[in-house]
Design a protein around this ligand. Structure first.
Ligand code: GAL
Length: 669
């Protein structure tokens, strides 16, 4: 359980009472109680109100709202308020403003206008955190801490002189000697050899491609710099309130931060999910993948959906509302994938500011509205779901996700602009179509719970990652990887002697050269044992065998007849290699066969494509979530499943009828 103070499914949202006259607060409390709200994130953007002038603190208003919350049995997820510094910080410390790669400084006037290495920002944010923790540590409303907000969402890299100096310190710690750095960065190329540390700069705007290893290290350094901010606040909170859980809200696939690293510093993972209601099932699958990734960051522990929109957002070009039932359905989707809490941005739709057209749980029109009644309905339904708390999503399949490999893969001057998430989604979406649960795992993470590990486009492979794969396969695991994997080491240096050098023995193949496809080009593949040709796109390559057997060959072009899909048996296990991107249907069939072989079965067989089924389990019970993602009624055969639908309270067995966007949560003991 995330906290024994609140042993229920969390329900609430970002609450910004400082934007409203106090007369509205009482109405807020009444409406929160009516809606079943039990947790609000408070103070996220309150720094200027809490410290209106440097060193002059005003907590009186926060005292009043915290007391009101306690009186109304609503808990606070209290923010450290460091997400948006007050204007005086920029006035007193202009160097605290971040700078882009061209040397332009950002101005204050929006939010997140701080350089992650600014000493002034760091010490002021730390002091505010300390004061908040000391003041509220025994407050009955305080349930948990919300550190900052969506770290790096607007400014993920700063290129200022302070960062340049810190980068040098970071590099010295990593490489020790300048010659070691020269070697790791391959600076013999283009006369880039450094004679002293002081010559090294961030990868600022240069005439053409900056050194790729420098770029990669800068991404690592920036991730670490922002992480240090989070750690410094976390350490203060842990010291003053050791018993209280803390989190910061993540953003799913968000590229700049290595969330596997970050999650270790948090007590629980929380994240903000904003699928576009106008985009249909692909967006639904993307949300599912993100939920699975967030759940996986702390080894399957329940996470919290910290923000979602009650209806429309304000930041797309066209902001479509969620039609009736969709917000409820997507909330259950988060629970189905392992969330123990559903919160929104934000409680009340704002009257002013850049987000005034963002939906709120309480819309501008007030409580007699569709959105508020859907919020109320959900808030009350969730009270029936306390049983799911702490249950886990059992997965036998994992997809490797590596932030560092993604950073390196997506650098410039590559054979083709491969997008990591797109590559992962090709395989994730196929598993999803099969309705088989998937975890994500770091390359050096624990593979032992899985029978099948997929590692698409794992461009950068570290020695430990390769060893992990080797051990997994030797012990009977099934591994699959794809083209442009295992190309470079952690310094983005190519491993010569036939790609992918570190995985060559596992895969039983080596690759001589690549043939990336320009947009629109399709190729064909001949599957052995079948007369049909299968379409492929994105990539082709010249593969040689060194132990593997061929399952399919390229059917056209100058390397026709060479392997496109191979299988290698090693020890008890097997390793597949895909030298191209197969058409969706083929990948689906391949994974279906592999899963059938490994006896990995979906909770329900052969269900309509708009139905999603997920299982959460704990020793006393299993929970089958059945979600209808279509706006038409659907009927689902429950097959072996029997139990009680916790939402309707009715027995569920045989056939289940779901209305448009309908949901059932079947408890089976
Ligand atoms: C999130 C952010 C919130 C709010 C919201 C609007 O990214 O954390 O503060 O801006 O977006 O959708």
């Amino acid at each position: 359980m995330i906290t024994s103070r609140l042993p229920h499914v969390f329900f609430g949202g970002d609450y910004n009472p400082e934007q409203w006259p106090e007369s509205v607060w009482l109405e807020d409390m009444r409406l929160m109680r009516e809606a079943g709200v039990n947790l609000v994130s408070i103070g996220i953007f309150s720094w200027a109100k809490l410290e209106p002038r440097p060193g002059e603190y005003d907590f009186a208003w926060l005292d009043r709202i915290m007391d009101l919350l306690a009186k109304n049995a609503i808990f606070a997820d209290l923010a450290t308020a460091s997400a948006s510094p007050p204007p005086w910080l920029a006035r007193l410390h202009p160097e605290s403003l971040p700078q882009n790669a061209s040397g332009t400084r950002y101005f204050p006037g929006a939010r997140q206008h701080y350089c992650p290495n600014s000493a002034a920002y760091k010490s002021r944010a730390a002091e505010l955190t300390r004061r908040l923790a000391r003041r509220y540590k025994d407050h009955p409303a305080l349930a948990m801490w919300h550190i900052n907000n969506e770290y790096a969402c607007h400014v993920s890299e700063c290129f200022c002189d302070v960062c340049a100096a810190e980068f040098r310190v970071w590099l010295q710690a990593r490489y020790g000697l300048i010659d070691e750095l020269n070697r790791a960065w391959g600076t013999a190329f283009w006369s880039q050899q450094y004679s002293t540390w002081n010559e090294i700069l961030p990868p600022r705007k240069a005439p053409t491609f900056c050194n790729p290893a420098q770029q990669l290290d800068y991404k690592r350094f920036m991730n670490d710099s922002v992480f240090e901010l989070c750690l410094s606040e976390a350490n203060i909170l842990k010291q003053i309130t050791p018993g209280l859980p803390l989190t910061t809200n993540f953003m799913g696939w968000f590229k700049p931060l290595d969330y596997f690293q970050w999650a270790k510093a948090l007590d629980f993972v929380s994240w903000d999910s904003y699928p576009d209601p106008s985009l249909g099932m692909s967006e639904v699958a993307n949300a599912a993948a993100n939920h699975d990734l967030m759940r996986s960051l702390k080894g399957g522990q329940p996470f919290v959906l910290m923000e979602q929109a009650p209806s429309a957002v304000n930041w797309r070009t066209v902001n479509v509302p969620k039609p009736p039932g969709l917000m409820r359905l997507w909330s259950y989707q988060a629970l189905a994938h392992g969330a123990d809490g559903i919160l929104y941005f934000q409680w009340r739709a704002a009257q002013a500011g850049a987000e005034k057209f963002h939906s709120g749980m309480v819309p501008h029109a007030g409580e007699n509205t569709r959105v508020f009644s859907e919020i109320k309905q959900l808030g009350h339904e969730l009270k029936k779901l306390d049983g799911i708390l702490d249950s886990r999503v059992p997965a036998q399949v994992a997809i490797v996700m590596d932030w560092q490999s993604r950073w390196a893969l997506e650098l410039d001057s590559h054979p083709a602009p491969l997008q990591y998430v797109q590559q992962l989604r090709h395989y994730y979406d196929a598993m999803r179509e099969l309705n088989i649960a998937v975890d994500f795992v770091a390359p050096e993470g624990d593979f032992s719970p899985y029978k099948l590990v997929l590692a698409p486009a794992l461009y950068l492979v570290r020695y430990g990652g390769a060893e992990n794969v080797r051990m997994f396969v030797a012990r009977g695991g099934t591994f699959l990887t794809t083209f442009f994997s295992g190309i470079v080491d952690e310094n983005d240096t190519v491993q010569t002697g036939g790609y992918p050098l570190l995985l060559r023995d596992v895969l039983g193949v080596w690759v001589e050269e690549w043939d990336p496809f320009p947009p629109g080009r399709r190729g064909t593949v001949q599957v052995h044992g079948s007369r049909d040709l299968v379409a492929c796109d994105t990539w082709g390559e010249v593969v040689h065998l060194c132990g593997a057997k061929v399952l399919a060959t390229f059917a056209d072009g100058w390397y026709a007849g060479k392997p496109a899909l191979t299988l290698n048996k090693v020890g008890e296990g097997r390793a597949f290699y895909c030298a191209t991107q197969f058409e969706r249907g083929f990948t689906l069939g391949l994974l279906e066969n592999i899963c059938a072989d490994l006896k990995i079965a979906p909770p329900l067989e052969k269900i309509p494509s708009s139905i999603e089924v997920c299982v959460r389990s704990k020793p006393e019970a299993d929970y089958l979530f059945v979600l209808n993602h279509s706006d038409m009624p659907q009927t689902v055969k429950l097959q072996k499943w029997k139990g009680v639908d916790l939402l309707s309270g009715k027995k569920a067995a045989g056939t289940l009828k779901l209305g448009p966007f309908g949901v059932a949560v079947i408890e089976s003991k």
